[in-house]
Structure formats: C-alpha cells, structure tokens
Design a protein around this ligand. Structure first.
Ligand code: PMP
Length: 378
C-alpha cells in the first residue's frame, strides 16, 4: 500500500507538534486536576495556562486578550452570535451570506440569505438593498474566507455598508486565521469566530472574539467562566493546544503564502490531465492553500472514493457529518448548476504538505479520471 497523503486541511489540519506538546504538558500534570476557576495552587496553575493561550489567540486575532472568549469550537461561537441577536432583537432581521457554513446558516430560524456572485463573493448591491428594506437588520454575518472556494470576502467593505444601516457585523474567520492577517479593526467586524483544528490545534476548542461594540453574545449560562460570557469548565488541554497552534501559525504565516505556488501548479496540471475541469473562484482573491474544482459528468462521491483507494484524502468541499456527499451549497449559491455542484472536489494544503504530495495527487488524478472516463460518467 502506498503511503497515504492528506490534502484536506480545510476540514481539519493535522495536529502541530507544538500543539501536541502543549496538550501533553497539561495532561502530564497528572494528579492535579487543573480547574482554572479554583483558588488553590492547582487552580492558579490552570489559570496561568488558560491566560497564556488567551494571549496567543488574541495575538493571532490582533485584539487584546480580554476580547477572546474560549468556546468548544467555531460551531458554538457562530451559534452564540446568531442566537443572541435572534433572541434579543426579534423584530429585526439577520442577514447571512448564502455561502456560510451550516453552523451559521442553521443557527436560528428566519435568517435572510445574502446572494453571492458567480465569482464567490457576497453581492454588495444585494446586501445594500436588503439593508435598506423596512424593519432594518441588526446583524450581518459574512465569513472572512470561504471554506470551500478559499475566496477572501471583502469584510471591511461589507462592514462599511452594514454600518451605514446600523447593523453589527460578525465574521467567521475560521479559514482566514493563520493564512491572512485577521484584524477586527481593519475589517470593521464586531465579532469574529476562530477554530483550533483549522490551524493545527486539537478539535473541540475555538473562540468568539469580541470587538469593541459593547455587546457580549452569550449562549451558555451557568458558572462565571470566561467572565460570564461562556459558562462551563474550560477544556484546558485543548485550549493549551489551541494556544500553541495559534502561536505557531502566526509565526509561520509566510509559509501559507508559499503554498500558493503548489496550488497553482495543481490547477495547471489538473487542467492538462482533464481539460474539461472547471476551477471555481479562480480569478477571485483566494487564500493560497485551497482549490475547488469540478469535473462535469462525474460525481464527487465516486471520485473521492476512487482517490481514497489510491491513498489520497481530499474532500468534496464541505466535510459532512453524516458522510453523505451533497451538492455544494456554496457552488449552488454562486449559480452553478447541479452537474457542476455535484462533481466538486476540494484540495486544501497546509503546514505539513510536501511537494511530493502534489506529485502523488496528480498521478492519482490521472489514474482515477482515466478510469472514470472508461466507465462513463457516474
Ligand atoms: N466555520 C467554517 C468556515 C468551517 O470551515 C468550520 C469547520 N468545517 C466551522 C465553522 C465549524 O468549526 P468547528 O468544527 O470548530 O465547530
């Protein structure tokens, strides 16, 4: 069996060694259960670790540490913001880009979708028209970088428009952090979402980053953890790993830019092997590690399974919990037909990717697509 290669960093990046060490350091503290809320010595040790991680995550998000609220992940952070505004401002609308992650799209009933352009950007004219409608919007939620296409949204322009109409702005920056600078002041966002496992930390940790608007969205009530903004004893090993990953991904952000050369080579050679392939959001500003493309007439599911048999792990855009492959809602929002949306594949590179992985993918692609063609479209 050939060595397996992993090119699905937008689903989960492999754990960085520094994150593993940080987690093991906490776990190896052994008999002392570090509850960061306890006043005794062990509690204080836990608190120190927690605040260390908070500083690292705050640096990644260009905010003071007090603005970072740890959560169980991005799903919780997104739900926290959307549900807060849905509950507290029931008369006003919440506008969300139609390309958002389901943890935004499904966080509350009645969210109003903002149309997308075929290039994978939020349609700014449509956004402004929605904001100008009667009743007003209280919140606009637009991700900083799309997880499927890698397209970089112009959050600062979106915020400027939203502000004219008195709306708050939330940005899911899960796929932006560590890849492009994330700065709420420059982007004009009031709330940001981050996730540990997208930057090489463990799963099950994330953060809601607060801007300076004074609102503190809260979903979980109980103990006074996270200054009352998120009740529940902190998952210290995961948060320590998140902090280490945040530190390293900020230090090595240039590495991400370098991945662009490999991504461009992938796209060139995919088009040589399969000239009818369609690369999405190709001329839109994108993060350097992501490519989303379709092979009309094929099915994502068939291609994914065939590539998996060749030892190559990629995805169909969005990893989906049930394991079932659905047509991409992002491509559908961008106006793609069913044939394109159901034949999409995403390759996402990251910190441990090697050039040999690119060679391996291209060899597997040539093998698999020759077979798919022989068998006819799935
Ligand atoms: N937002 C985006 C853009 C994502 O890609 C993901 C992960 N697929 C999430 C939110 C959810 O993150 P988590 O797994 O930390 O809940």
């Amino acid at each position: 069996m050939k060595e397996r290669i992993y090119l699905d960093y937008n689903a989960s990046a492999p754990l960085r060694p520094a994150a593993r060490v940080a987690m093991l350091d906490v776990l190896n503290l052994g008999e002392s259960a570090l509850n960061a809320s306890s006043v005794h010595y062990f509690g204080r040790a836990g608190r120190t670790l927690l605040e260390d991680s908070r500083r690292s995550v705050a640096n990644l998000a260009s905010v003071p540490p007090a603005q970072v609220i740890f959560t169980s992940g991005a799903t919780e952070a997104n739900n926290t913001v959307i549900q807060h505004f849905s509950r507290h401002y029931p008369q006003r609308r919440i506008l969300v880009s139609s390309m958002e992650h389901p943890s935004v799209l499904r966080a509350a009933p009645g969210l109003v979708p903002i149309p997308a352009t075929p290039q994978g950007l939020v349609d700014l004219g449509a956004l402004e028209a929605l904001l100008a409608q009667d009743g007003g919007a209280v919140l606009v939620s637009v991700m900083a970088v799309n997880n499927e296409t890698g397209a970089i949204q112009n959050v600062s322009e979106i915020s400027a428009i939203a502000r004219k109409y008195g709306a708050f702005v939330h940005s899911d920056a899960v796929q932006a952090a560590g890849r492009i600078p994330v700065n709420p002041q420059e982007m004009g966002a009031d709330f940001f979402t981050l996730s540990s496992h997208k930057i090489g930390g463990p799963q099950g940790a994330g953060a809601l980053v607060l801007g300076l608007c004074g609102e503190t969205p809260t979903l979980l009530f109980g103990g006074g953890q996270e200054r009352g903004a998120r009740a529940g004893t902190e998952n210290l090993p995961a948060i320590a790993g998140f902090g280490a990953a945040a530190r390293e991904s900020l230090e090595r952000m240039n590495h991400y830019q370098a991945l662009g050369g490999w991504r461009d080579r992938l796209e060139r050679e995919i088009l040589t092997i399969t000239p009818d392939a369609v690369i999405h959001a190709k001329n839109t500003p994108r993060v350097a590690n992501t490519t989303l493309f379709s092979l009309p007439g094929a099915s994502s599911e068939t291609l994914l399974m065939a590539l998996d048999l060749e030892g190559v792990a990629i995805s169909n855009g969005a990893a989906c919990s049930s394991g079932r492959v659905e047509p991409s809602h992002v491509l559908t929002a961008m106006g793609a037909g069913r044939e394109i949306a159901s034949s999409a594949l995403r390759i996402s590179l990251g910190w441990a990717t090697k050039e040999a992985d690119i060679d391996r993918f291209l060899a597997a692609w040539a093998t698999v697509t020759a077979r798919v063609k022989r068998n006819g479209p799935a």
